[in-house]
Design a protein around this ligand. Structure first.
Ligand code: M6R
Length: 611
């Protein structure tokens, strides 16, 4: 989704903003632009990559100590130069960048057209800027006041940053529903959609809250709420290092992140799990563990890969805690008027912690009295902050658009939550508890061993890369893994892939099976194993090509499958953390072999901040 970067201070602003835009490329975008003030306001914007904007600007005078920059992910109006941000006001003195959607823009636009405003783009952003300008002129007030008045009428989500030719020492920003981080330096400030453009300059940041307006000069940061009351900026320390957002010798962020998993899984468990002592501590939910254990039901809301992690958690929590669990697509849950209220616990799972669908879903559930538990990766993110309690996944920044290490860290943390609640509730034996602690304790090592299969998986990828469709099948804990494998393949190789419960396949998708269809089975040794073997037979009987992920030492499936990937044995609760690794690698290699940009797949955004 759109990326925002801005700078004000003593340094040259353009190189900082340009580099920041490159750091935000992973969010997904189709055009880029910058505005700076050097005597007068200058705006440069172009459809395409940040590198194209950079080339377009080479040799031009970009000297300035204030600049705003934007990468746009099109919502209102096609990707084009004129729809790119920054947008300018009618008088050409204001420039604005925006992330989010102004839902009542059409009505505002009609009103403004009647007043003589002329629009150069199809965007909701330009409408909001003209609306601010209209208020400024008709009320004869300053920009900050005009912004405050305008935002009271705006329906929707936004982060906006404004620069004014007449006040080149001030940036004005506002937030509702989309993320904005302000880096506080010595005599300088950095603004961005997330911390990645900021971390190399300062570790001190302020997360702007909803309905706050920031008035930022080089050496001053004033935060106010929408009623014009001063707020005290809460300065926090960033806990990420620059190396975490660079490729570190790998060809792609996605591959780096796949290979980081032994460490990131370990980090998600560190300080929480002590298998030798048989203890489990989850500081973030300590005060809510009892409420959780007494919950009438648990509802997990999430999107995409995080939703798949939620499905695994449903199986885990029901088995360990005997509490009914429902897993909902956040976007559906919010708008179907669900029965939810006191006694319900919502677990919101989100890598970014900024997914708009998930955010609005938990906001509405919270209003109805549910307790919200956040399982997020990005520290200080909106979902983490609105939650009553939670546990961070500690996977570090995930830059590849296709989620990998966040997924396995989510599985590890959700398993810890299940175990914690089960202990609190007394629904698990000490022996099973200890066994699962041991299993979690050794899972990083098993993931490291699985990563050694990279070359073998690359060869399998080469064999099947030209297939038109793929089917991914699994049962029990491996069913969500099959869904995740199919999603990964779709996202980065653009091959149509479907995930299905292996048994459900015979109720429809089996019609697709012929000698051209690769079918990936996640068939590790678990309580469903024998049944899955039968499902493999059903595919082979119809000449489908079977690629099977099996447990090391399996003697049955290798005799039936066309290709076999052997992974270390793990308890079925923990097995998804291991069995998903080959599927991530398979998708990665197919995407690369087909020549696609796997880190920035077409049309996708890393952090989906619109509903
Ligand atoms: O940041 P979140 O975990 O809330 O994001 C949810 C989905 O948008 C995300 O998992 C998406 O499906 C990824 N592209 C999956 O690789």
């Amino acid at each position: 989704m759109c990326g925002i970067v801005a700078y004000i201070g003593q340094r040259e602003a353009y190189p900082i903003v340009l580099k920041g835009l490159k750091r935000l490329e992973y969010r997904g975008y189709d055009s880029a632009g910058v505005a700076l003030v050097n005597g007068d306001l200058k705006v440069y914007k172009k459809k395409g990559k940040v590198a194209e904007l950079e080339e377009f600007l080479s040799g031009k005078d970009v000297h300035s100590h204030i600049a705003i920059g934007h990468t746009r992910w099109a919502t209102h109006g096609e990707p084009s130069d004129r729809n790119s941000h920054p947008h300018t006001s009618g008088n050409g003195k204001l420039a604005m960048i925006h992330n989010g959607i102004i839902e009542n823009y059409a009505q505002l636009k009609q009103e403004l057209i009647k007043k003589g405003h002329v629009f150069k783009s199809d965007t909701d952003t330009e409408v909001l800027l003209h609306f601010i300008e209209e208020i400024q002129e008709s009320n004869k007030c300053g920009l900050e006041e005009a912004l405050r008045i305008a935002l009271k009428r705006v329906v929707g989500a936004y982060v906006i940053v404004l620069v004014d030719e007449d006040n080149p020492d001030t940036l004005i920003a506002a937030r509702k529903g989309s993320p904005l981080v302000i880096g506080v330096g010595k005599g300088e400030h950095f603004l961005a959609s997330d911390a990645s453009p900021i971390v190399e300059y300062t570790k001190e940041v302020v997360y702007v809250n909803d309905y706050e307006i920031a008035v930022i000069k080089a050496d001053e940061l004033i935060l106010k709420n929408i009623s014009n009351e001063r707020q005290t900026p809460y300065i926090q320390k960033l806990d990420i290092e620059l190396a975490a957002i660079e490729k570190g010798g790998f060809d792609h962020f996605m591959l780096k992140e796949i290979f980081e998993q032994p460490q990131t899984i370990f980090d998600s468990l560190r300080g929480r799990l002590d298998a030798k002592k048989g203890t489990l501590t989850l500081g973030g939910i300590r005060e809510h563990a009892e409420i959780l254990s007494q919950a009438k039901r648990i509802i997990i809301v999430a999107c995409g890969t995080s939703w798949h992690a939620g499905l695994v958690a449903e199986y885990m929590i029901e088995e360990l805690c005997r509490i009914p669990v429902e897993v909902e697509y956040a976007s559906e849950f919010r708008y179907r008027n669900p029965v939810v209220g006191e006694g319900d616990v919502i677990i919101a799972v989100s890598q970014s912690g900024e997914t708009a669908d998930t955010l609005v879903a938990i906001e509405s559930a919270k209003k109805k009295g549910a307790i919200i538990l956040g399982v997020c990766n990005v520290v200080g993110s909106s979902i983490a902050r609105i939650s009553d309690a939670g546990a961070y996944t500690h996977a570090g920044p995930e830059i590849g658009v296709a989620s990998t290490k966040a997924f396995t860290a989510q599985l590890a943390v959700l398993c810890l939550i299940g175990l914690k609640v089960a202990m609190e509730k007394g629904s698990i034996t000490q022996q099973r508890f200890q066994h699962l602690l041991d299993e979690l304790d050794s899972v990083s090592e098993k993931v490291a061993l699985t990563l050694k299969l990279n070359d073998q998986i690359k060869a399998i990828a080469d064999k099947y890369k030209d297939a038109r469709d793929f089917l991914y099948l699994g049962r029990g804990y491996n069913f969500p893994v099959a869904l995740e494998g199919a999603l990964k393949l779709k996202e980065i190789s653009y091959i149509h892939a479907e995930g299905y419960p292996a048994a459900e396949m015979k109720h429809g998708p089996i019609a697709l099976v012929d000698e051209h269809l690769p079918v990936v089975f996640v068939a590790t040794k678990d309580s469903y194993y024998e049944k899955v073997v039968s499902n493999i037979q059903e595919i082979k009987a119809r000449k489908g090509k079977v690629i099977a992920v099996v447990t090391e030492g399996d003697v049955t499936i290798p005799g039936m499958a066309d290709d076999v990937i052997e992974v270390p044995e793990a308890d079925e609760l923990v097995a998804p953390i291991v069995s998903v690794i080959p599927l991530q690698l398979l998708a990665y290699h197919i995407g690369v072999l087909k020549g696609f940009d796997v880190d920035k797949p077409r049309n996708l955004a890393k952090s989906v901040t619109v509903e």
